[in-house]
Ligand binder design. Structure first.
Ligand code: FAD
Length: 532
């Protein structure tokens, strides 16, 4: 590289939760940042998790105490910094005569979790007797039931929106953020990163920008990004696949979340009230294929259905009851031996010093701990540049939607077209940023109308997604902006109407609009595919 200033001090590859968090933190510290995402922001693993902001009770079994402590601290922060997205969640762990984890073991785990949670604003655990649990959750299988532990964690219904708010926050702090821009080559010379090549959105045009620091936050694609460096680099990733099913309210369904030991293999899994439905998962299986191709298998679905029916016998769930299913690849470090559950969930910030100064990869990481991971990665980035780390602002700076929520409620109410649940829906997705949607609707009054019979989805949201939230196509709008694609009917009732508004806004002609609808149909079909 010449002595000229690089185009960017940092280029982040990957717009999942970790890349988005890193870009925001780096931009807030005054670095010039480019973030490249090959698809839509948040469309990778960050969309396919159990959607919990949790300490990870299970990690206690593997003595990952610092990870649990870090997670619980970050859980508290996220509830403060994104209260519209992260909500408290009550969970029950039923204990049976035949459980591998005895009442004593569960109790000890709970005490440890409470101790690690001290000062972290959730109630302490409670042990419930058999009768107390049956009274609270009459649908539970009572055979051999001894009682339960009840504790609190947090849930993020739409993790996609947490990614997006970090992207928006990064842009507000001065970062250039680009979706549909795959990084295709990292250029190293004389042991130093010189530049990165990427394709421009919607074209095959290759662009090169100079930089002396690339942070590879491509989740399960980390090795694939490293393969684009003009040097040999060993492989680091060893992902495991996890699948979930989503069903409607079923006979004997619980009122709160359950964390249950599976009879088949002793692994704990969740049944979680989520988005008006139930999210059930997950599995943990080594995965060697392309993360983009991962789908829930018939065996995983059978396992999740059988285990749910065992604990809630009235459920009698079958494949036909599944609204959709999804799978993701945990971006874990490579470990060929031992059980999947024993692979550490701690993140690693890997400097590839032997290959190039200025090349760093993120291995692992949870939604819950993304902010701290980003802080550590940016501390390192600044040091690599020879500077002082400066103050990390993300510890205390709310995410963009976290402020002005009550003012937004008033502005939405004043539109006089949304139902009460519609107002709550918008606040739960956009937080205080919903004020801007109301403002847009007031300025363009044809957008003051709802698209569904329940009066919950506002026409202005579609235009807002395209103008202010980086949505490029209909699938982005439906699945990662308005979030209607994750409802029981996958938002099918209003997709045509959303497409019509988007077509007007983006000047799609009729065949382009039909193409967008067809692509959305394919995306939905993939989520439905295990059911057929
Ligand atoms: C089944 C399952 C359950 C989970 N449950 C939880 C949970 O309940 N709580 C929790 O805290 N964590 C959970 N996790 C972990 C968490 O979801 C992930 O660790 C986290 O989302 C990883 O984020 P990421 O940004 O590293 O990766 P990703 O979200 O995958 O983002 C990487 C991005 O890089 C992009 N990319 C790839 N190649 C390129 C390229 N060449 N150029 C540009 N962009 C590129 C991809 O398109 C992708 O968007 C779970 C994970 C799984 C799989």
């Amino acid at each position: 590289m010449s002595n000229a200033e690089p185009d960017y001090e940092v280029v982040v590859v990957g717009g999942g939760i970790n890349g988005a968090g890193i870009a925001r933190d780096a931009a807030l510290r005054g670095l010039s940042v480019l973030l490249l995402e090959k698809n839509d922001f948040g469309s990778g693993t960050s969309s396919w998790s159990s959607r919990l902001i949790h300490g990870g009770l299970r990690y206690l079994e593997h003595a990952e105490i610092p990870l649990v402590f870090e997670s619980l601290r970050e859980r508290r922060r996220l509830r403060q910094l994104a209260p519209h997205l992260v909500k408290r969640l009550r969970l029950n762990i039923p204990i049976y005569e035949q459980s591998r984890r005895s009442k004593l073991i569960v109790r000890l785990g709970m005490i440890a979790y409470d101790l690690l949670s001290i000062g972290k604003n959730v109630p302490r655990h409670k042990m419930l007797s058999r009768d107390e649990l049956i009274e609270a959750e009459p649908g539970i299988n009572q055979e051999g039931l001894l009682g339960a532990a009840q504790y609190y964690d947090a849930q993020i219904t739409f993790a996609e929106r947490l990614v997006l708010e970090n992207i928006i926050g990064a842009q507000e702090a001065g970062a250039d953020v680009r979706n549909y821009c795959p990084a295709i080559g990292i250029n190293v010379s004389q042991g130093i990163v010189q530049s990165i090549h990427y394709l421009k959105q919607g074209s095959a045009q290759e662009t090169e920008v100079t930089t002396s620091l690339v942070i590879n936050a491509a989740g399960p694609w980390v090795d694939r990004v490293l393969a684009t460096v003009n040097r040999e680099i060993p492989r680091f990733m060893g992902g495991t696949k996890g699948s979930h099913i989503v069903v409607g309210r079923f006979e004997s369904a619980p009122g709160s979340a359950f964390y249950i030991e599976a009879a088949a293999d002793g692994r704990p899994f969740f049944i979680i009230p989520w988005n008006g439905q139930y999210l059930i998962g997950t599995t943990d299986i080594r995965y060697y294929g392309d993360p983009a191709d991962v789908v829930a298998s018939k065996e995983e679905i059978r396992y999740l259905l059988d285990e749910t029916n065992r604990v809630f016998p009235g459920a009698k769930l079958t494949v036909q009851d599944i609204h959709f299913a999804y799978a993701g690849v945990r971006p874990l470090p490579r470990r060929e031996k031992g059980p999947e559950s024993a692979i550490t969930r701690k993140h690693i910030i890997k400097k590839h010093r032997r290959v190039a100064k200025g090349l760093v990869s993120i291995i692992g990481g949870k939604l819950t701990t993304y902010r701290n991971l980003a802080e550590q990665a940016v501390d390192l980035a600044v040091r690599v540049q020879g500077g002082a780390a400066g103050t990390c602002e993300t510890r205390t700076m709310p995410l963009p939607g976290a402020t002005g929520i009550e003012a937004a409620r008033k502005r939405l109410d004043a539109l006089n077209c949304l139902s009460e649940s519609g107002v709550d829906r918008l606040l739960g997705i956009y937080g205080g940023r919903a004020s801007r949607i109301a403002g847009l609707a007031v300025n363009e009054s044809h957008l003051i109308r709802t698209l569904d019979e329940e009066g919950t989805v506002l026409a202005a949201e579609v235009v807002f997604a395209l103008r202010h939230e980086f949505a490029v196509n209909l699938t982005d709008i439906v699945h990662r902006r308005l979030m209607t694609g994750l409802s029981a009917d996958q938002g099918l009732g209003i997709s045509e109407e959303i497409a019509a508004i988007a077509a007007r806004e983006s000047n799609w002609n009729n065949s382009e609009k039909e193409q967008q609808l067809a692509e959305l149909g394919q995306y939905n079909a993939r989520l439905k595919s295990p059911v057929h």
